[in-house]
Design a protein around this ligand. Structure first.
Ligand SMILES: [Zn+2]
Length: 367
């Protein structure tokens, strides 16, 4: 599925693999950006000329909150500091660059306690507001991996992924309403306030409660199936995080196949007509033989995955870059240091961002 063979000069070619036309207007296109290895401080670099228009400063993210209770908070929840209202006009005007890098964010806990490994609801909301104000636009992982980048002109795709299907990612309150402080509640509110600029797109890697060894997806048995169906109905993606969160380096090939085949088929059974195509291996642990993750069979149940994510580290190359591997997609961990580092990195280096040309059938690279 990769469009990996884009040479370092301009061409017009119809790439029949996924029916995409590559175009650029100048005689030379730059080589695919290479990840710098240094840590980039947001304040230490000169922004490029194209970025001077209006990169929005990232509001500070508090490290502690007073933890108001979930049920007491009306929509929209108050934030401790005034947050500028992002609008389309706040988007930095960047030229299309569809060989630029993409942030695939990896969230776990969205919980009141926050801490190093989690985000409080306020922090998570602020991450989303910052992304919106900076011209990011969420898409699902499966579309990203397949090069289906349906993102408006001038905006950058961002992929929001959630592992472990914790209840606070998608929670129903006692009254039967969606908890506005759960991740899904916050994403729904973002979409309600910015329907054009913030579609309901995110990828949830769920654990299935097979044999009672793992939590029910999103914690509430009475809502479990409904939640999976709703996510998909809204346009979001559900992928597999296996049945019981084993380490693929420590279990037999047969058990790996069971974990993959049964988890994929359970999701597809719960949501008829849906096809699971993305996988997050627990702990980011890959077995020696990658082929076993891509496709296989267990007791008559078959499975196949077209996108497999790693555990954090760096932005992903463009799916049109020859560096892109859909079976080893880089992610950025959703906690403070990493978010500061990479949000700051792209603010300082907007020229390295994937910026859409608005046409999913054409791959545009800068002159
Ligand atoms: Zn996990």
């Amino acid at each position: 599925m990769k469009l990996g063979q884009i040479p370092g000069f301009c061409l017009f070619a119809i790439l029949t693999v996924i029916g995409v036309v590559v175009s650029c207007s100048g005689p030379e296109a730059p080589a695919t950006p290479v990840f710098p290895t240094e840590t980039v401080a947001a304040s230490g670099r000169q922004p490029s000329p194209t970025a001077t228009a209006s990169p929005t400063p990232r509001p500070p993210i508090p490290t502690a909150t007073s933890s108001p209770t979930a049920t007491a908070t009306p929509l929209p929840s108050p934030t401790p500091e005034p947050t500028p209202t992002p609008t389309v006009t706040a988007t930095p005007e960047l030229p299309p660059n569809e060989l630029g890098q993409v942030m695939v964010l990896e969230y776990h806990h969205i919980a009141e306690k926050g801490g190093k490994w989690g985000r409080t609801p306020e922090e998570f909301r602020r991450d989303m507001e910052w992304l919106l104000a900076e011209g990011y636009y969420p898409i699902n992982l499966r579309d990203f991996a397949a090069g289906r980048i349906e993102v408006p002109l001038g905006k950058s795709p961002v992929i929001l992924t959630f592992d472990d299907s914790y209840q606070e990612q998608f929670n129903y309150l006692e009254g039967g309403e969606i908890d506005p402080r759960s991740a899904v509640g916050i994403l729904l509110e973002m979409h309600r306030r910015h329907p054009q600029d913030w579609p309901l797109r995110a990828t949830f890697f769920v654990l299935l409660n097979e044999g009672g060894k793992a939590p029910v997806p999103f914690g509430q048995p009475e809502y479990a199936d409904r939640k999976l169906a709703q996510l998909i109905e809204w346009g979001m993606e559900v992928g597999s995080h296996t049945l019981t969160h084993p380490n693929f380096k420590e279990i037999s090939p047969e058990e790996i196949r069971r974990q993959l085949a049964v988890s994929e088929n359970l999701i597809e059974q719960k949501v008829p007509g849906y096809e699971v195509s993305s996988l997050s291996p627990p702990y980011g642990a890959y077995p020696e033989d990658l082929a076993i993750l891509k496709a296989g069979e267990y007791e008559g149940l078959s499975y196949d995955f077209e996108a497999i994510v790693k555990v954090g580290g760096s932005p992903s190359p463009s799916p049109f870059s020859k560096q892109f591997d859909p079976y080893r997609i880089n992610r950025i961990q959703g906690f403070q240091e990493e978010l500061d580092r990479w949000f700051g990195y792209f603010q300082s280096h907007p020229e390295l961002r994937f910026v859409s040309d608005g046409d999913p059938t054409v791959v545009t690279v800068p002159d």
